[in-house]
Design a protein around this ligand. Sequence first.
Ligand code: CS2
Length: 485
Amino acid sequence: MSDRLQNVTGLAPTAKVPAYDRNSLKAGILHLGPGAFFRAHFAPFTDGALAAAGGDWGIEVASLRTPDVADNLSAQNGLYTVLIRDTSGTTAEVIGSILKAHVAPRDSAGLLARLEDPAIRIVSMTVTEKAYGFDPATGGLDLKHPDIVADLANRHAPRGVIGYLVEGLARRRQTGIAPFTPLSCDNLPSNGAVLKRLVLEFTSRVDADLHRWIEANVPFPSTMVDRITPASTEATYADAERLTGRTDMAAIETEPFTQWVIEDHFASGRPAWEKVRGALMVEDVSAYEKMKLRMLNGAHSLLAYLGYIGGYEFIRDVMDDAALAALAYRHMHAAARTLDAVPGIDLDDYANELIARFANKAIAHRTYQIAMDGTQKLPQRLLEPACEALALGDRAETYAIAVAAWMRYAIGERGNGERYELRDPRAAEIAALIADIPRTGPAISAALFTLPGLFPKALTEHRAWSQDVSDKLEILIQDDRLPLF
Ligand code: CS2
């Protein structure tokens, strides 16, 4: 094993290193949730902005739960490698924008002190859909979410995202410090607006003055984020070591494509992200967000559920099946019909580009990884656009296939009797709903349609469409070998 990656000198010439002096860099951003996606997207964009335009925009990160990533980053002075893979090979870039890593459950007071520091002007986050405490049924705060319950009861000692943001803003208001800009980078539609609503609903329950102050002073820009990032494996660490000459336990791998569309509303400045390839600053991000969630993520979920139950390990394998690749393409076009024009983007070109990205042979993106957290992903990816498609008079058949595939996956058992874990925050509820139900399309679909808050009435009460789901589920239960639809 080589030495640990700890500085940028003496690395193998195959590693690209930061083009700025890290020693004089000061932190301006605190990021919650330093998972693989953040390391493939936000941190490299910020690294690029630092190289292009400088500024005190180094990043401190904080894990709100498990310490592993933060500990690995700390052991490496914040440095880590991004491997960019495509069929022509793999390149390595060492990213220097992370300066420090915190572990919230170990030192909550330390994290709160960072939130109070006037030097921190942006608090960004990639915490996944399920961490926000968002209730898809109401669009507002989920008062049963464990973090929300805990943080409402004990707001000065938070543990969840909303609790930390609110306590950080409250302290700044109290000491007369300008607010930071909260910046959500998760795959939720209007993620900034959703975050604002959650923060305001939370504060309206605990502090009316703070509520008014946030409403008047804190911008919540929305963003559309995009870069396919499989979970790191032994192959990631081995290639990072080969290309940098150092052991790197925080290395990640990703695709060449990268895109970030950001609403340009910041309270106290931002890095020069617009100088980096793939970044676009806009007034309103919603058209881009809907396009990406419905065309990319919707098709991804469709392929992940069908692929996983059909025995395909990776999305690239699913794409090798001509019928499934054609289905993904058909779904993208169906999704495109629900979209308004997106400035500067031709939706046919976008669909073709997505098909090529999904098929990238160098990216080993597990269907099981994408299948995770279906109850948190289905609404914005599939259910809302399905309602709109039906309202437009479409049959919405590819949506019925996707929902049937999710339901087949939700049974938690392959045709050969092998069981697997659902990996969904509502897994226990799902299991209870279908425990004593016959394994048939009509019975399982009827049961899962009643999962509180998930399926809009416009779908469950649409006779032809819900029948279509039931029929397709019956076929998938009969035959895991993925009959052609
Ligand atoms: C995927 C996304 O895991 C998933 O649900 O659909 O993580 C997807 O890879 C990214 O949004 C691409 O930007």
